[in-house]
Design a protein around this ligand. Structure first.
Ligand SMILES: [Zn+2]
Length: 237
């Protein structure tokens, strides 16, 4: 079936050299293969079926040189995850390791300066994508951002007063906590609150209720903030 597809696309790309089709074609769909504006390899100028910078094609199929990151690709696509709040973190980690093995700058020390720079860019992007999708808060904020929704700083006014009082009280308790047991108690309360926010946000995303998701992530920001303070307080002086 794949060979058939490759043959079909070869007919479209009449000037395509016969030796070109390789296993890297597998990750590209037919639609992108027939696009006339497929990006060309910066090194040899090659393009065509599954040309450089499409899908998982990090290397030019002709000269095998590393291509720059695809600016149109979002983190979910890069990390091979469905665009959803629910992410299989095990799969995410495996993909992260797979990409690191592909683009890590250590593997390009003997290559051209341009390839070195591209590998740095890829590695930075992969790290950022992994970090963003791993934590529920940053993942949720990124999902909203993809929909053009951002949570600006200082949106306290939109949260109910009761919630803000609750946060204030937790902060006060934390400041007054004199021993580890007291800090641990606050930590468990915050952890439960975080889980509640995450599960409500998850349901909201499933129902495309982005206002609710936004509200839950704003609250989660507050709890993450307290979580950081708890971590600092736990560091022995
Ligand atoms: Zn090339």
């Amino acid at each position: 079936m794949w060979a058939g597809r490759a043959q079909a696309s070869l007919r479209v790309w009449a000037l395509w050299p016969a030796r070109v089709p390789g296993r890297r074609l597998l990750s590209c769909n037919t639609a992108s293969q027939t696009r006339s504006n497929a990006p060309r390899c910066w090194n040899c100028g090659g393009a065509g079926p599954g040309g450089p910078r499409r899908g998982d094609v990090f290397f030019c199929p002709h000269c095998r040189v590393l291509q720059p990151p695809d600016p149109t690709r979002d983190y979910f696509s890069l990390m091979d995850c469905t665009r959803s709040f629910k992410v299989d973190t095990m799969k995410l980690q495996q993909r992260y390791q797979q990409l690191q093995r592909l683009v890590h700058p250590d593997f390009f020390s003997q290559r051209s300066q341009t390839e070195k720079e591209f590998s740095e860019k890829h590695a930075t992007l992969v790290n950022e994508a992994y970090k963003t999708l791993l934590a529920p808060l940053s993942r949720g904020l990124y999902l909203l951002k993809l929909r053009g929704i951002v949570i600006p700083e200082g949106t306290d006014g939109e949260l109910e007063k009761q919630f803000l009082v609750e946060i204030m009280e937790i902060n006060e308790k934390l400041a007054e906590a004199q021993n580890e047991a007291a800090v641990n108690d606050i930590e468990s309360v915050v952890s439960v609150k975080q889980k509640e926010c995450i599960s409500t946000a998850s349901r909201a995303f499933e129902q495309d209720d982005f206002e609710k998701a936004k509200e839950m992530l704003t609250k989660l920001k507050y709890f993450s903030n307290i979580e950081e303070k708890i971590k600092l307080k736990k560091i022995p002086l």
